[in-house]
Every structure is written in C-alpha cells, then in structure tokens.
Write a protein that binds this ligand. Structure first.
Ligand SMILES: [Zn+2]
Length: 500
C-alpha cells in the first residue's frame, strides 16, 4: 500500500506543478501580457487544462483512489495522508463527471471573455460583453447539470469555492445579516457625516507604493518568497509555498486603493506562505476555502489596517511621508475618515458597513441568471435597481456598475458569497485571538505583529486545506460560520465613530 500511496502523491505533485504553471500564465496575463496575446494564451491555457484534467481523471488515478480509500480509513483521520485521500477522492468524483470537451471549451471561452470584458469596461459598453456573459452562464448551467440531482442549481458552483457549503445555508446566514446591516446603515445616515476629503488629493505614486511595502514588511510579508506588481484588478497568486505574489493598483489622487489593497493581498499571501512544508506539492498546500482566505485578507485590511491601535503607531510615519497632505490632519480625523460609511458604486472600495450588501446583490443576480429568471441582457437594469434599493445609489455607467468585477468574465460564478462569509469569519477568528492574547491591541500600538502572525500560522495557516472550511472554523473558534460576531464588531466600531 505504501507504493500506491507514493505513486498517488507523485501524480498529485505533477498536477500541482501543472496548476502552478497555469497560475504563472494567469499572473502574466493580468500584469505584463500584451493585449494581442489573448488568443495565443487561451490556446496554451486550454492545452494545460486538458492535460491536467486527463491526468487527474485517468484510470490509474481512479484505481489508486479505490485502493487507498479503505486504507486511509485505518489512519488517524487528522493525518496528512487521510485528509489528502479524502479531499482528492471528493475532487476526483467531481471532475470525472465533467467531460474533457467542456473543460477545453470553457478554458477558451473564459480567456476570450476576460479579454473582451477588459475592453467593454474601458469603453463602458455592456452590450459588447453581453454575448460572452451569456456563454459563461450557459457553460455554468451545463456544468451544474453534470451534478444533477442537486438541491439548487447554484450548489455545484458554490462547492467549488466553499467546500461543503449549500446555497440554502448561505441564504440563511445572509437573511439573518441583511436586516441588521441595513438598520446600522440607516442609523449612521441620520448622524453627521465624517470628513474624508483629505484622502482625495494628489499622493505621489512611488511614495504610496513604498509606504505599502513598509507596512506589509512589518506584517511579515517575505520578499525572498514574493513580489508585488501592478494589475487592474489586484489579486494574490502562488506557484508553490516559496513563491507567493501579490498585485496592487495605485490611484495617484486617492490614497486608499493602494494602501488598503496592499494590506488585503498581503493577508492572502501570508496564508499561502504559512502552509506547512510537509504539504508542499500536494493539493492540500493552499487555503481551506475562499472564505477562510478572505478572512485573512480582511483581517489585515480592516481589523488591523482600519483600527485605531494600528494608526496610533503608523500615522506619524504616514504624515512623515505625506507632510503637505496630512500634516494638519489629526489622528482622530484620519481614523474617522478611513472608516467613513458611504454607500458607493464600487465593491472593492466599499466600507465595512456597506460591503456585504454589494455581495448580497451579486449573489441574488447570479442565482437568478443560473435559475434562468434573469437574462444576461437585462442584467444592467436589474443591477442598477438593486443598487438603488440596497444602497440608495445608481451607477452612472456600466463600468461603475455591472462591468466592475473581473469574476463573471473569468467564469467565477459561485465565488462572490465567499467575500461576505470571509468578513464574518475574520471577526470570529479575531475574537478568539483576543481571548488568547489579551494584550493584542497594545502589541499593535507598538507596531508589533509577530504574535498575531504566529497565532494565525499555528491555528489556521499551517493546516492548509487539510480540513474542510466549516470544520477548521469550528476547531479554532468553537462555532461554524456565524454572523453575530461581525454584527457586534460593526455596532461597536461604528457606534463609537458615529456616536450612535
Ligand atoms: Zn481578497
């Protein structure tokens, strides 16, 4: 049996290498590839996808899994080998239902759709992207049907990003959360607004870049195993535990996108960098799920990066870099400014109190398109009317509305809810961490972040994807995903800022 396990792991390592090759091509596509390279890149990606799919769904893999499942049942269920066999079997059962022709067509369609989306977004022209979106939805319906019968047509998509989670569970969590966030936003809107005008002025690009680098170096980002480049839509990717890259975008007239975006992607990167080396070149060497991943990025961006203790330490440094912009702005004014609650068009720039509503809107539209109750052509209108209902604003054009996110052009239907779930998980973990380290805030005020990273490494990062997300969250916090800690956090933080 040891021989079979060795062979099994060797095939998996080849597959992980193929996956990392595709990730490297994807990184290049979003950073340095010339626009005319889209079609050629699509061909390469589709070949690698096909090879990977064929190798993973081979007869040899099937018979190895068949032999190894009973063996894994005799092992400690928390051992790497037991978790690996269990996770790979689930993935194998999923992938063997998807024909190779679908994988090839999907890879080509996705590369093209992404390229057209970039043009359509620049031209604020939804009609140009619409046929590609229709094709993406059609392909996802076909995909869901490979998994029939299902409780909901969206379940097979959601499971790809949040293992084991059902559409109905997410809807129940959101239905609990939505009225509480709407109520909070309503009370805030009745209070005097805080000033954040000082954030919108010229901030030289190279100084913004350098400040972000300084902050994440303090957080523990390891430049021997990472780098940062520019991208339209920032992301984190990796080609192993030893090469974890982030991207950011800089607005020369607004300090927030680069500042908080860099902290955010750093949170994702620290997770991937912190996976235990014993999982290297195995499919478990990644985050437990998108929501758990997002909990790490939101923790660094918001729970640390938008907190008062953090800026007690870092604000004098920021003032030193930008004396003419911030020299006369007090710490309290700055802190309130970066936490201004203001319903806006763009999800990635949304504040903590309104962010989840952007997600709920997207989830509802995705589900409607998948169910067939909403046509792609009617999407801009549906988007704009929901923006008005939830946030009280209507985007002036499609670039600020329905075309703003990369996800639909990349076929990532099922991904959006994980952002909001990640917010909830971040505070669940934070409360636990605070109970374990009562002087955490004092450490942050002194600019010390090593114990926080140490706690996250020990409780979350090192396990990689060994445990399913709800299992991991339960092990660390004593509860599965629960919206109440997040609501408590929002009420306490914004209650103080807006004197509710
Ligand atoms: Zn993220």
């Amino acid at each position: 049996m040891e021989d079979k396990l060795t062979r099994f792991k060797s095939i998996l390592s080849d597959l992980v290498d193929l996956g990392h090759s595709m990730a490297l091509l994807g990184w290049d596509q979003q950073t340095y590839m010339p626009p005319g390279g889209a079609e050629d890149r699509g061909n390469i990606q589709s070949t690698l996808s096909r090879l990977s799919h064929e190798k993973f769904t081979s007869e040899e893999m099937g018979s190895l899994i068949e032999d190894l499942v009973p063996y894994a049942g005799t092992l400690d269920p928390d051992s790497i080998d037991a978790c690996l066999v269990k996770a790979v079997k689930k993935q194998y059962d999923k992938q063997t239902r998807v024909p190779a022709e679908w994988v090839v067509e999907n890879a080509k369609a996705t590369t093209l759709a992404h390229h057209v989306w970039e043009q359509a977004r620049a031209e604020k022209n939804f009609d140009k992207f619409c046929p590609h979106l229709e094709h993406m939805i059609q392909l996802r319906r076909e995909y869901a049907d490979f998994f029939a019968p299902y409780d909901h047509v969206y379940d097979p998509l959601l499971d790809n990003f949040e293992r084991g989670m059902k559409t109905a569970e997410v809807q129940a969590i959101f239905n609990d959360l939505r009225p509480q966030q709407v109520e909070l936003i309503r009370s805030i809107s009745e209070q005097p607004q805080v000033d954040d005008s000082f954030l919108h002025q010229p901030f030289p690009e190279k100084d913004q870049w350098a400040f972000g680098v300084d902050v994440i170096t303090c957080f523990g980002y390891d430049w021997d195993h990472g780098r940062q480049d520019k991208a339209v839509h920032p992301f984190c990717t990796n080609f192993g535990i030893g090469d974890v890259r982030i991207t950011t975008r800089v607005d020369p007239n607004w300090v927030n996108p680069a500042l908080f975006g860099t902290m955010h992607e750093n949170g994702h990167a620290l997770y991937e960098m912190g996976v235990d080396r014993s999982l290297a070149r195995l499919p478990l060497a990644t985050g437990a799920s998108m929501a758990v991943h997002e909990s790490q990025s939101r923790m660094y961006e918001n729970l640390i990066g938008r907190s008062l203790p953090f800026w007690k330490f870092y604000y004098p440094r920021l003032q030193e870099v930008f004396p003419s912009q911030l020299g006369n702005v007090s710490l309290e004014t700055f802190y309130k400014g970066i936490n201004k609650v203001h319903p806006s068009f763009i999800r990635v720039e949304a504040d903590e109190a309104t962010y989840n509503l952007h997600i709920m809107l997207r989830l509802e539209l995705e589900i409607a398109m998948m169910e067939g109750s909403l046509e792609a052509g009617d999407l801009p209108e549906a988007w704009n009317s929901r923006m008005q209902d939830y946030l009280g604003v209507t985007p002036p054009d499609d670039a600020l509305g329905v075309l703003q996110d990369v996800h639909w052009s990349s076929g990532l239907m099922g991904y959006f809810p994980t952002y909001a779930l990640g917010n909830l998980v971040s505070v669940q973990l934070w409360e636990r961490m605070q109970a374990d380290m009562p002087d955490m805030e004092e450490q942050i005020e002194r600019g010390e972040f090593a114990s926080i990273l140490g706690w996250l490494r020990e409780k979350v990062h090192r396990h990689g994807a060994k445990y399913e997300p709800q299992d991991l969250i339960q092990r660390v916090t004593g509860s599965t995903i629960n919206p109440q800690p997040y609501v408590r956090y929002l009420k306490s933080k914004f209650g103080a800022i807006y004197e509710l």
